[in-house]
Design a protein around this ligand. Sequence first.
Ligand SMILES: [Zn+2]
Length: 518
Amino acid sequence: MDEADGTRIRVFLNDPAGRGDRLVEVDAPQAMDESPWAFRVEGTAPPPQLYEPDTAEFLYWQLAAALDRGKRFWARRLPGRGTWELGRVLPAVPVAGSDLNAFYDRQALRFFRAVDEKTGNVVYSGESPDVSLHEQGHAVLDAIRPDLWDAPHFEVAAFHEGFGDLAAIFAALAEPVLDADVIEATRSDPSRSNLVSRLAEELGAAVRDADGPSAALPGALRDAVNNFRYADPKTLPDSAPARELSAEPHSFCRVLTGACWDAMVAVFRATPGADRAAALSEAAETTARFCVTAAETSPSGADFFGRAARRIVREAAAQGEELATELAETFFKRRLLVSPQVPAELSPDEDPNVPEPSEDEPPPPEVVRAVEARLPPDAGRISLFADRRPPREKSEPLRVVRGRRRRDLFLHGAEYGPADGAAVEISDGFALGFGDAGFLTASRMHPAGDRDAADARAFVRHLVRSGRIADAEADPPDSVALARRGQSHAVVLEPDGVRRLRRVWIAGTGARTRREQA
Ligand SMILES: [Zn+2]
């Protein structure tokens, strides 16, 4: 070991308080600000050395190393992509203030520092790869699906959280040493709770010490190994002890994260080979591929979990019917699917007058007309999802182009608090399939109906009751000040003269207190 060569650092791979986790020595990341998924840790880079945890120098390299692992994971998982919603380089602020939290606000990833009230330990949320990879996951999802950021639906907000947790899990299982740890700790049965399924152990302990034993699980902030089953979030309480399910996105996301972990275990069991750590690594990659495709393609709406689950089953079907059936059963048991039979997405719909659009927006008039003709008559702006797949090959039987029509849903009544008289955007989704002759051959419409409107209204009332909507219409809203008050949304007067409810930040913990302090 040569401490003087100036290239090695010491980091946690999982979580500072993860059982079995320990510091490992790795090469300091390089070229972090090069695309794809470029990032920059704010502040001056200390020379690479083997620093002690809980120092500013350690935090810098710990955060950089975790985000760099995520950068490499996403470069592999999402080829052709790699630009953030805010531009080319995503800043990460190691200490943005005092709190037990971390968040992403479309300008940066922001991490915080707090003292565990019971143990006196200093907790830097940016020291935990579980937390930093979760926040980076929010930013990646925002880059590939910016429409999900503001979607006024319980399941979309919870999906954002579940995606963050899955990002941390899949990036962890891309480290062979952590696969080996999980296999050893669970005796080759990853359906048991383990150091990777348990998320943000250190932060979870500090949240418990600050807010009481019901604020987080005993061993972690959240655990992907769980038994939560789907229930309509509108029927769930606004908040609940950590052992119970509530409509709050960090609580409700555990249904999805748990189901995707189950799916990964099913893939793992179907993966042959004596090297079980390698099988787990492979299963994580495969499941990540299914989940990311679901995130890229599922239309926004009240039924977002169900749509994502069906997409995962359809993706698995391309790998084998047996696996698809297994995953469908898994999701059916979680009540994410009403039936283990998952039909094909598209129905035949041939129209030689609708040519395949290029991926550049805006969509051509023939495509706009085709979508308008197939959706209920409502005014709204049609856009296509950015699709960065390689150019179509002639042998490709079907190229599916997806998009949405956005329209305003106005809210009226005192129960909408600061959002009374404002609008939220809801979306009609669509998928168009183009055959190898280059014109429309199949389609599927997902019009936003009464159920979606009711869900949107209930979601905003939930935000109001939880004190999540800022009164002030600062322009632009100050995310750090709003986060201190726990206000994730604000009503913004937009250039077209409409007041719309917009998200300002999305957080990692869902911890509810401590906002007034700091
Ligand atoms: Zn989050």
